[in-house]
Design a protein around this ligand. Structure first.
Ligand code: NDP
Length: 336
C-alpha cells in the first residue's frame, strides 16, 4: 500500500513519515526541490526502498499535485506554512494554507478515484477562540471552531499569530466544505495538535533556522533567553504522538469525517525550563531559572476523550518529550 504525504521535509511530517514507514507502507512525499528530497533521504535512510518523491514547487499551484496523487491508495496532507511573522498575511499564510488544501483535494478527485481516505494536519489554532483569551473554566473540544474570518485575518494590521491561526481554521473548514459540496470518493479526517514538541527527525542543517515550535524550545537551552518567556498557547503534544495519530486515523474507517484534538494537555515554558535544568545540569546556565514552583495559571482546558478512546492514543509526558528533544539538539550541535 502506498500513501502520498505532502511536505515531507517538515518537523511534523518527518514523524508522520516514520509512523507510516514503520508500519510497512510505501510513502511518496512531496518536496519543493531535489535538494530537499536529498535531505529527506538522509533523515529517513533506513527506509529508502519504501520512499519516493514528487516535486511540487508550491502547495497552492493549481493542478500541482495532479501527478503526485496518481497510483497512491491514500493521502496525508501536512504541507502548510507555520510561521508567525510574515510580510503579507494573505500571500504568505492564508493562500498557501487554504488553496494548498483545496488544490490537493481537487487533484485527488480528478486523478485518483481509488483514494478513499485523506488525513489532514490541522491545528488547535482552528479550535481556539483567540478573542476569548485564557478563558478560565472553558473546556475546548472538537465542537469548538475558531470564529475568525478570512477578511479579519487578511487585514494588513492583523498580527502574524492571528493570521496563522486563521490559516489553519480556514484550510480545515475549506476541506470539510469541499467534501460536502463535491461528494468525492474520499472522506477526510483532521488532526488538531497544539504546540508540537519532541525530538526532530528531519534534517536540521542550521539550528538558527529551526521550524517555529522546535525553535521555541531550543531558545530555552541555547542561552538566548535570559528570562522565562510568557507561554503563548498553554497546550502541547509530542511530535511522535502526532505522527501516530495520523496513521491511526488513516487506518480507522470510523474516523471518516471527524476531527481530533491531539494534545497531552497543559504546560508552561516554566515547566519546560524546569525539565531542562534538572536533566541537563551541565547546561543549566543556558536555561532561565524563572520561578520553578510557579503553579499552572488559570486557563482554558481541553477534553481529549475522543482521540484517546477512538484512536487509542496514549500521550507522552512533557518530561519525556522535552528530555528527548534536548538530547537530539545536543547531538545536532555536536554534528554541525
Ligand atoms: P515546518 O516548517 O517544519 O514544515 C512545514 C512544511 O510545509 C515543510 O515541508 C514546508 O516545505 C512545507 N510548506 C510550507 N509552505 C509551503 C508551500 N507554500 N508550498 C509547499 N510546501 C510548503 O513546520 P511543522 O512541521 O511544524 O508544520 C507542519 C504542519 O503541522 C503544518 O500544517 C502546521 O500548520 C501543522 N502544525 C504544526 C504545529 C507545531 O507546533 N509544529 C502545531 C499544529 C499544527 P519546505 O521545507 O520546502 O519549506
Amino acid at each position: 500500500k502506498t500513501v502520498l504525504i505532502t511536505g515531507g521535509s517538515g518537523f511534523v511530517a518527518a514523524h508522520v513519515l516514520n509512523a507510516f514507514l514503520e508500519r510497512g507502507y510505501n510513502v511518496r512525499t512531496t518536496v519543493r526541490s531535489e535538494a530537499t528530497a536529498e535531505n529527506v533521504k538522509k533523515s529517513h535512510s533506513k527506509y529508502l526502498d519504501q520512499l519516493s518523491f514528487a516535486i511540487v514547487k508550491d502547495v497552492a499551484l493549481p493542478g500541482g499535485h495532479d501527478e503526485a496523487v496518481k497510483g497512491v491508495d491514500g493521502v496525508i496532507h501536512t504541507a502548510s506554512p507555520f510561521v508567525l511573522s510574515v510580510e503579507d498575511n494573505e500571500r504568505d499564510l492564508l493562500q498557501p494554507a487554504v488553496r494548498g488544501t483545496t488544490e490537493v483535494l481537487k487533484s485527488i478527485q480528478k486523478h485518483n478515484p481509488n483514494v478513499k481516505r485523506v488525513v489532514i494536519t490541522s491545528s488547535f489554532a482552528s479550535i481556539l477562540d483567540l478573542n476569548k483569551g485564557l478563558r478560565p473554566g472553558h473546556t475546548y473540544t472538537e465542537k469548538d471552531w475558531n470564529p475568525i474570518s478570512y477578511e479579519e485575518a487578511a487585514k494588513k494590521d492583523a498580527p502574524g499569530p492571528v493570521a496563522y491561526c486563521a490559516s489553519k481554521k480556514l484550510a480545515e473548514k475549506a476541506a470539510f466544505d469541499y467534501v460536502a459540496e463535491h461528494n468525492p470518493n474520499f472522506n477526510i479526517t483532521t488532526i488538531c495538535p497544539p504546540m508540537v514538541y519532541g525530538p526532530t527527525a528531519h534534517t536540521v542543517s542550521d539550528l538558527s533556522k529551526l521550524n517555529t515550535s522546535a525553535a521555541e524550545i531550543y531558545h530555552l537551552m541555547d542561552g538566548s533567553q535570559k528570562e522565562v518567556p510568557a507561554t503563548s498557547f498553554y497546550l502541547w503534544v509530542d511530535v511522535r504522538d502526532v505522527g501516530e495519530a495520523h496513521v491511526r486515523a488513516y487506518e480507522n474507517p470510523a474516523s471518516a469525517g471527524q476531527r481530533y484534538l491531539c494534545t497531552a494537555g497543559r504546560y508552561t515554558f516554566q515547566q519546560i525550563c524546569n525539565v531542562l535544568r534538572k536533566d541537563f545540569p551541565e547546561r543549566r546556565h543556558l536555561t532561565p531559572e524563572g520561578n520553578p514552583n510557579e503553579p499552572l495559571p488559570d486557563t482554558y482546558d481541553v477534553d481529549t476523550t475522543k482521540i484517546r478512546t477512538e484512536l487509542g492514543i496514549k500521550f507522552r509526558s512533557l518530561e519525556e518529550s522535552i528530555h528527548d528533544m534536548a538530547v537530539e539538539f545536543i547531538q545536532i550541535e555536536k554534528q554541525l
